[in-house]
Design a binder for this molecule. Structure first.
Ligand code: URA
Length: 219
């Protein structure tokens, strides 16, 4: 596996399954489920928490106010949406934008893992504490891990702030952009060392899925 078409086909299959999903209570109140979006071979996958109102209305991730902050932060770090695949730990909007519950994240997890398997990114970025917990569990804590590199099953993961947090605390915007600059630099380095097409398969870089459920410090 690994061709662009194969990846796109896998992502389309996952998106169809997400749109038809009734695995948890969140499907009841949704307008549209929100599968991930972006190039099937994006070097970076950004993982948010859950769709908000605008995302629920459109079926697309990060198109509301938080999405605008995200676009600005990506631009400030020299990245663009064309280089990132954007998804969420849960694909349906929780009522009144409450954080997703553990069982909802668990029900949605196969879709997130299928997206990661298809895209095989060089680097993962979780946006906010709930996205980090949804992906790696309760350890490491967000406050300890933010802005540092940890390992998620053989893929480097950098946890950063959720763009919505910037809407409440403008001082976080430079920290978010700084974290994304770090991500951009790491990906550029990687691309220089190993150009597209020569990328290692995520599965061959680390322990198999299931062996590691917590984030470990990356080397
Ligand atoms: N917040 C998220 O976590 N995800 C979205 O898609 C939009 C807002």
């Amino acid at each position: 596996m690994g061709g662009l078409e194969d990846r796109a086909t896998l992502l389309e299959g996952t998106a169809s399954a997400v749109r038809a999903c009734v695995r948890c209570r969140l499907h009841v109140g949704r307008t549209f489920a929100v599968p991930g979006e972006g190039p099937p071979d994006a070097p970076i996958v950004l993982i948010g928490e859950a769709p908000g109102r605008q995302e629920d209305r459109t079926g697309r991730p990060f198109v509301g106010a938080a999405g605008q902050v995200l676009d600005r932060s990506l631009a400030a770090s020299g990245l663009s949406r064309a280089e990132v695949y954007i998804t969420n730990v849960v694909k349906c909007r929780p009522p009144a934008n409450r954080p997703p519950k553990a069982d909802e994240m668990q029900a949605c997890r196969p879709y997130l893992l299928a997206e990661l398997d298809a895209v095989q990114p060089r680097l993962l970025v979780t946006l906010g504490a709930h996205a980090l917990r949804g992906l790696v569990g309760t350890r490491p804590r967000f406050a300890d891990a933010r802005g540092t590199l940890i390992d998620f099953e053989g893929i480097r993961l950098l946890p950063t702030y959720h763009p919505a947090a910037v809407l409440y605390n403008r001082r976080l915007e430079s920290a978010l952009a700084g974290d994304l600059r770090k991500v951009a630099a790491l990906v550029r380095e990687d691309e220089a060392r190993m150009p597209r097409g020569g990328r290692l398969n995520a599965r061959s870089r680390g322990p198999s899925r299931g062996a590691t459920r917590s984030g470990r410090r990356a080397r």
